[in-house]
Design a protein around this ligand. Sequence first.
Ligand SMILES: CC[C@@H](C(=O)O)C(=O)SCCNC(=O)CCNC(=O)[C@H](O)C(C)(C)COP(=O)(O)OP(=O)(O)OC[C@H]1O[C@@H](n2cnc3c(N)ncnc32)[C@H](O)[C@@H]1OP(=O)(O)O
Length: 243
Amino acid sequence: MDGIMTFTINRPEIRNAINNEVTAGLEELVEKAKHPSVRMVIITATGKQAFCSGGDLSVFHTLRTEQEAYGMLKRVSDVLYSIKTLPVPVVALVNGVAVGGGCEIATACDYRLVWDHVKCGFIQGTLAITSGWGGGTYLLETLQHDQALKMLSEAKVYTANELKDFGWATDIIQEERDIEVFFERMKNIHPDVHRAYKEMAIRKWKKTDLQERVEQEVRRCAILWEKDPHHEAVDRFLNKPKS
Ligand SMILES: CC[C@@H](C(=O)O)C(=O)SCCNC(=O)CCNC(=O)[C@H](O)C(C)(C)COP(=O)(O)OP(=O)(O)OC[C@H]1O[C@@H](n2cnc3c(N)ncnc32)[C@H](O)[C@@H]1OP(=O)(O)O
């Protein structure tokens, strides 16, 4: 569709986990999306299995100390903040499971279109860390307080219907036509109107120090990252028996 820029995470064999190359791709997207011809941005991924399984643990597990973790968390959180504050609507087209940082990416977007077979969750707690890319802060901005805290603290995945009930999923997608309908409705409205509403949201986020709150999330996660329970949990995941 005209004026719609799409970014597709393309690592289906590893459930579209984020490594430094994908991060660089998101950084490039941010620069390109600032062009005045862009009306909307979509973030999605290849396949039906996964939207994103979070950080690529096989790569990021080499980061052992608080300082090393901070460098990675900060870089990804910076690009997600830039995505959140793009001047146009950003839509996460959640084609498959989203866990950990995958949920953070989707939560940084303005809208989440979630396929009906999908499960999503902030499962970072099972790895003895918190969200560390700003997604926890964005969730607390997005959902009712107790609902957000529950979703973060339970560290489990939820069905598409549950995510709709919470107010996290904007719409549930049952067929391709549902996606077309969403974008047709958006395109019926002049792009300047979308930009004006986005400015309103960004004004609020700037007034409430959103960026500083994200920074605190990043720092807190980096502290937990260094500790043994996190490294042990990731070891267990990476060394789980193959089925
Ligand atoms: C780092 C930042 C932090 C944050 O701030 O939020 C995070 O994101 S922490 C990372 C959190 N993510 C996870 O813990 C996800 C772990 N993955 C899963 O739970 C599952 O893979 C899945 C996403 C639910 C999909 O399950 P399934 O379809 O059954 O696939 P497999 O589990 O068999 O995975 C296939 C293949 O991919 C590897 N894999 C999956 N996710 C990751 C990942 N995040 N990092 C590295 N590798 C990943 C998995 O190990 C399998 O590999 P092989 O066994 O070699 O095929």
